[in-house]
Design a binder for this molecule. Structure first.
Ligand SMILES: Cc1cc2nc3c(=O)[nH]c(=O)nc-3n(C[C@H](O)[C@H](O)[C@H](O)COP(=O)(O)OP(=O)(O)OC[C@H]3O[C@@H](n4cnc5c(N)ncnc54)[C@H](O)[C@@H]3O)c2cc1C
Length: 182
């Protein structure tokens, strides 16, 4: 098996030039979904070197509407994810209705999330959310290898093994493959 592109040095404490890189790690993330991208952004901001292996060859209009509650919104803001031009609306509350006749069961207004919780409560489309996360990850230097399906792992290395046999080593492998995880 060939070693993966950008494979890490044997030790996390020495980079290719042999200089001390402190505790910065080479991290391989499997899956460029919401979880993988968010993990990549957080870890890249801490100075780690990230490669994401994603089975899909390209990213499209997948998913439906979703909520970004104030706690998540505040993390996005801190991590520099630009939601300014993200197509969105603001949630004013949760209303539970009976599915068969629409009778109101509970009405739970949020108040003003910006004042009460320090962040907005957004309603977005998953594809748009994914796009702004992808943009931020790329901006931070995260390497995204699309069309790279992981078939197996070698936890002793640790490494992800791609379809075709290439081994991609890291100091740490993070699996964010959604419901695909056995
Ligand atoms: C109906 C519904 C409503 C939801 N509403 C909300 C909401 O309002 N707000 C909210 O925050 N969350 C919501 N969620 C949850 C949210 O969608 C998930 O938490 C999130 O998508 C999980 O992210 P993930 O990265 O783990 O998985 P995914 O986003 O599923 O990404 C997994 C990625 O891994 C890739 N992959 C899989 N196998 C491999 C492999 N072998 N090799 C390489 N790549 C691989 C896939 O192609 C995919 O890109 C909702 C979920 C559902 C089902």
């Amino acid at each position: 098996m060939a070693d993966g592109e950008g494979a890490p040095s044997a030790s996390a404490s020495a980079n290719a030039a042999g200089q001390d890189s402190g505790n910065k790690l080479v991290i391989v993330i499997v899956g460029a979904g919401l979880g993988g991208l968010l993990a990549a952004i957080g870890l890249a901001l801490d100075g780690h070197r990230i490669t994401i292996l994603e089975q899909a060859a390209s990213f499209g209009e997948v998913g439906a509407g979703m909520r970004i509650p104030p706690n998540c919104f505040k993390i996005l803001r801190r991590w520099g994810v630009n939601t300014t031009y993200l197509k969105k609306t603001h949630s004013n509350g949760n209303r539970f209705v009976r599915y068969d006749n629409g009778a109101l069961l509970a009405d739970m207004p949020h108040g003003v999330p910006e004042l009460d919780f320090g962040g907005s409560y957004l309603m977005v489309h998953r594809a748009d959310y994914h796009t702004v996360l992808l943009e931020r990850a790329l901006e931070l230097g995260v390497v995204i290898r699309a069309g790279n399906r992981v078939e197996d792992y070698d936890w002793d290395v640790p490494a992800a093994i791609l379809q075709g046999g290439e081994t991609v080593r890291g100091d740490l492998v993070v699996v964010a493959d959604g419901k695909a995880t056995p």
